[in-house]
Design a protein around this ligand. Sequence first.
Ligand code: FES
Ligand code: FES
Length: 149
Amino acid sequence: MARLTINGKSMEVTVDPSTPLLWAIREQVGLTGTKYGCGIAQCGACTIHLDGVATRSCVVPVAAVEGKQITTIEGLAANGVLSKVQQAWVDFEVPQCGYCQSGMIMAVTALLKEKPKPNDADIDAGITNICRCGTFQQVREAIHAAAKA
Ligand code: FES
Ligand code: FES
């Protein structure tokens, strides 16, 4: 049993403390926007925010996140209004299959908080998520647009 705070709501999940947060989010809480890609912190599909910091949830045990604020892709829009990053993703038609994109958006949102006007080198260094559809150019354009919004 663990008590988690996800998207501002406190809840109990019945899992072994060593369970990766990703699986608690998806299977116990039912928020399936956060995706499983590799399970070894390499692809970024499972990126969420832990106290505002982009974190790969496939390698973080539930026991390590009690008392922290967890934000998933479902928690980004406020009162039905998309975040500026989400809106840029729509405007630039970034997703192809879409599988990697919730993790990408979470990583980009954290990057823009840290560096509100990132240059291409900042983006290359900060966004290491993998997109098998090769949307990297659209991602870059959408990040620059979101930074200006
Ligand atoms: S599933 Fe977590 S980084 Fe790939
Ligand atoms: S949009 Fe298909 S993997 Fe990125």
